[in-house]
Design a protein around this ligand. Sequence first.
Ligand SMILES: Nc1ncnc2c1ncn2[C@@H]1O[C@H](COP(=O)(O)OP(=O)(O)OP(=O)(O)O)[C@@H](O)[C@H]1O
Length: 611
Amino acid sequence: MTGHPAQGASAGRRAAVLRLASGTPGILVIALAAAFAAGALGDAAAQRLTTWTVYGLLALSLVLVWGKAGILSFAQGALFGIGAYAYGVLAGNLLPMTGESVSAVAGAALVAGLAAASIGYFVFYGRLSELPVAIVTLAFSLLLLTVMGSLSDPKYHIGSVALGGYNGLATSALTVPWAPDGLPLIATFQLVVIVTALVAVGLRTLMRRPFGRVVLATASNRERTELLGYDPRRVRLTAFALGGVVAGLAGALYAASALYIDPSVFGLAQSTMVVVWVLVGGRQSLLGGLAGVVLVEPLTSALGGAGGDFGPIVLGAVLILVVLVVPAGLVPTLAGLVRRLRARDGAAADADTAIQPIDGDPPLPRDEGRAATLSTHDLVKRFGGLVATDGVSLRFEAHRIHSIVGPNGAGKSTLFSLLVGRNRPTSGTIRLGDADITGRPAFRRARLGVGIKTQVSSVYLEATVLENLWLAAYADCRSVREADRRARAMAGWLGLAARADGPASELAHGHRQLLEIGMVLAARPAVVLLDEPTAGMTREETRLVAELVKRLSSHCTVVVVEHDMEFIRELGAPVTVLHKGAVLAEGSVDEIRADERVLSSYLGRTHADAK
Ligand SMILES: Nc1ncnc2c1ncn2[C@@H]1O[C@H](COP(=O)(O)OP(=O)(O)OP(=O)(O)O)[C@@H](O)[C@H]1O
């Protein structure tokens, strides 16, 4: 249904104004206006507003790390503290020589970034990866609180700067070459506002670039992201280190405006406050992070600070209220309301929910020698005392379709997990072509061309159909343009063009299965593993998927696990029967249907019944 043209035009103007106000120019104009209006402020107000703006910057670091990358970190307060101390030490030592402390701010941000990268390395790559990140980061903050608090002896100094222990450390004002005695408070505030706005714009831009899209994808579905060929550890580490740089920058600016820093920044109150701001404002929105500070800090200050008598009680109550009433935070909830109102104006026509016949070959570069033979030799996987894969030796020839069947619990999905690297085998080898890939992690196998459509559909539900396909294509080609082209072509081929810009969560079951197959194909696989691709589909849909699968062998090797014997028959491919983790029989559909062992153990009938 479409509205009156005049209404449409005014809605369009409204949308354009909103876009402009919330876009990069809007953020910069608002920041500049706020910065220059500050000329009328007194020193006390300027000091307070500087602190809140710096907290806003700190909140942005957690929006990136938690809201965007999905890592709940209690270390942002500590990284802020590291930035503040690093500024104190760097400026204290360098200012007398250089006459400016801007380089100390940059250096402090870098130090905090390196600190974040170091913790991140242990958390994402090392043994600590088995512990929740929140616990590790909280422990890190408390450790720093104790260590920094105990360094009060004058012997603990770096260069000419004594660290001061619980007494804290006096820091230098922000100094530039044309103001050698330090910038006045108002000018510091103006600078902090502009830096915060630039960081917000920078992060916003970053989140729209391929790195940002992969960060969001990793937070949404880490396993799928790895199975497409991205290394989730590296993505998370990079986002965490970048969050450290932003938190450190905030800390340095804090130290340059407050002229003092003490170990309380490493305490529980500071670590928790960052999480509270971001929860209240909305952790998935950069604006939400800033808004959280604006909403919470005046209240905290009025109650005598987060460490005061009433502060924690009132803040706790506010937090519980927010989590219960607006769990996504205030800004995303309001934005969602506006979006829903707008969507009511122009509801889209409903497209067909059934799978449509698929014509032609998949829109991929035709065989560039990528299709490969996948083979296993004496593969064993034990889960404790249970042998899920029992000495399996199989060979899936290039450009051929192969089927695997077997009763529930036969080890079919476990075999696939071993092939893609989700599980490590207890013994045995796996080869792709001539390469031994047994010890390679899942993302490396995906890069070599091993793709899987998992048993339980695994797509990015919040992302659009096109974004899902784009992420898969980009994992292979690393070109924005080529990934755009491939994603559109794949959506068209799968009959999903009408739904391309809608979220994957709104797809009907069959379409969601198709989307996942499309994602695997968009990554230009050498081997495609399809784990029950027709589960839950109608007879007609199953037939259409069989047609689709048959078209794939011109591009890659295909291995299908299915229970549906009609589907297996339609594929007309050689069949392997698994039973209790081992290969029970191999042959054509007719041969395995006539095999007495298969009939009694899997097909559930006696030989006599079969006749
Ligand atoms: N992570 C795990 N830990 C312990 N046991 C497991 C694990 N994964 C699978 N198993 C066990 O291994 C055996 C094989 O399971 P698997 O899921 O591979 O069978 P399947 O043939 O795919 O079954 P279905 O057709 O029901 O999907 C089962 O007994 C299962 O309980």
